[in-house]
Ligand binder design. Structure first.
Ligand SMILES: NC(=O)c1ccc[n+]([C@@H]2O[C@H](COP(=O)([O-])OP(=O)(O)OC[C@H]3O[C@@H](n4cnc5c(N)ncnc54)[C@H](OP(=O)(O)O)[C@@H]3O)[C@@H](O)[C@H]2O)c1
Length: 344
């Protein structure tokens, strides 16, 4: 049976779940695709694990972040991390699950560039490198014959890029709108339905582990803008930069709960892409008001949603998908199966 070796860069919450799901699905891959899938390398910021024969899940299971991660792993070594090690480790696929810096794209950009240059397939979960240079990475992948898959970075369990590329293949998409940031939707939901102030709603979201300690990236609209940048470039093939997007978030000055309630309007933090007939794409992020019978008005709590308008298949709305690390890992492995289906 043909071996498929997997390297995982970034072994925190999501990376660990990727390894767990790969172990759980090993028999599925063998039965369905006739391949023997093994994790041969995993790495964190300063050390990693490597075994060309495959690292047993029983060992990786103990390297969970809550237990100290790779830092406490007996066999972890400083030689087994970094972009050049991962590119040379003999893996067929890199699953990138590290931290994200959307200004520089690092450290993911270096890992992805090194792996793609080596002819590996790349499955990306962090957004930074894709925001920074999706077109460059896509061009490199295509030159080298590797796949570049990005579901994990583009709302994960909610299908976005796949909805456009697979389900609407061949259609012209004129508009895409998305509720892509669960935290922002949760805060708006609490404000509208439980009459909380922004500060109180944000505190509640933090208490429930939905919002980060610093929630500004989500509430100010930048998380949505990052996903929109990647989608614009991946779906519309344009070269949109984050700085091209008009971004406004949920702030005290933009929120008018009493007026919206009185008018029967429901606010959602939405990222929108519109393609004009001559091909130009415009992008914006901001609070959008919907009448109560619009599908987006029914997207409650930390749920995400996407609406796509196409010429020949009409409008589609998808709502839902979990937002936890296992669901994110599962979205990355959906990408992996699409690679297997194409290659074997
Ligand atoms: N959590 C989710 O549900 C979710 C959903 C969608 C997308 N994401 C994205 O997925 C990525 C991972 O999220 P997470 O929650 O798993 O984060 P996390 O728990 O903080 O894990 C990050 C991992 O990356 C490693 N890392 C840091 N610098 C590195 C470097 N230079 N080279 C290799 N590894 C490095 C860290 O290693 P050390 O421990 O050595 O620092 C750690 O193992 C993030 O970009 C996040 O935005 C997460």
């Amino acid at each position: 049976m043909k071996r498929w070796n997997i390297a995982i860069s970034g072994f925190g919450n999501v990376g660990w779940h990727v390894a767990q799901l790969l172990a759980e699905r090993r028999v599925r891959y063998a039965n369905l695709y006739g391949v023997d899938v093994r994790v041969t390398a995993v790495c964190g910021s300063d050390r990693g694990l490597y075994d060309p024969a495959g690292i047993e899940w029983e060992y990786l299971r103990e390297c969970r972040k809550a237990n100290g991660g790779l830092k406490l792993a007996r066999m972890a070594d400083a030689a087994f991390t970094g972009p050049s090690f991962i590119a040379d480790c003999g893996a067929d696929v890199l699953i990138e699950a590290g931290p994200t810096d959307f200004h520089t794209g690092e450290p993911a950009l270096s890992y992805l560039t090194a792996a793609l240059k080596q002819g590996m397939h790349a499955i990306v979960i962090s957004k930074g490198a894709l925001v920074h240079d999706y077109p460059g990475l896509a061009a490199l992948a295509s030159q080298q014959g590797g796949a570049l898959k990005i579901s994990g970075a583009t709302a994960a369990a909610l299908p976005t890029v796949d909805l456009c590329r697979y389900n609407l293949a061949g259609c012209e998409i004129s508009e895409l709108n998305g509720i892509f940031t669960g935290t922002a939707n949760f805060v708006l939901h609490l404000m509208m339905e439980h009459n909380l102030s922004i500060a109180a709603a944000t505190e509640e979201a933090q208490r429930l582990g939905i919002a980060e300690a610093d929630p500004r990236f989500d509430l100010d609209g930048w998380d949505t803008a990052c996903k929109l940048t990647i989608l614009a470039n991946a779906v519309f093939g344009c070269r949109l930069k984050l700085s091209d997007i008009a971004v406004s978030g949920i702030t005290t000055s933009t929120v008018e709960v009493a007026t919206w309630r009185q008018k029967g309007l429901v606010p959602r933090l939405v990222g929108s892409l519109t393609r004009a007939s001559h091909g130009d794409v415009t992008a914006k992020v901001g609070c959008t008001l919907y009448p109560s019978d619009h599908p987006f008005a029914h997207v409650k709590g930390a749920t995400k949603a996407i609406q796509v308008k196409s010429d020949d298949m009409g409008d589609l709305v998808v709502i839902g998908g979990k937002s936890d690390p296992r669901a994110t890992a599962a979205a990355a492995l959906k990408d992996f199966e699409h690679i297997l289906a194409r290659m074997v």
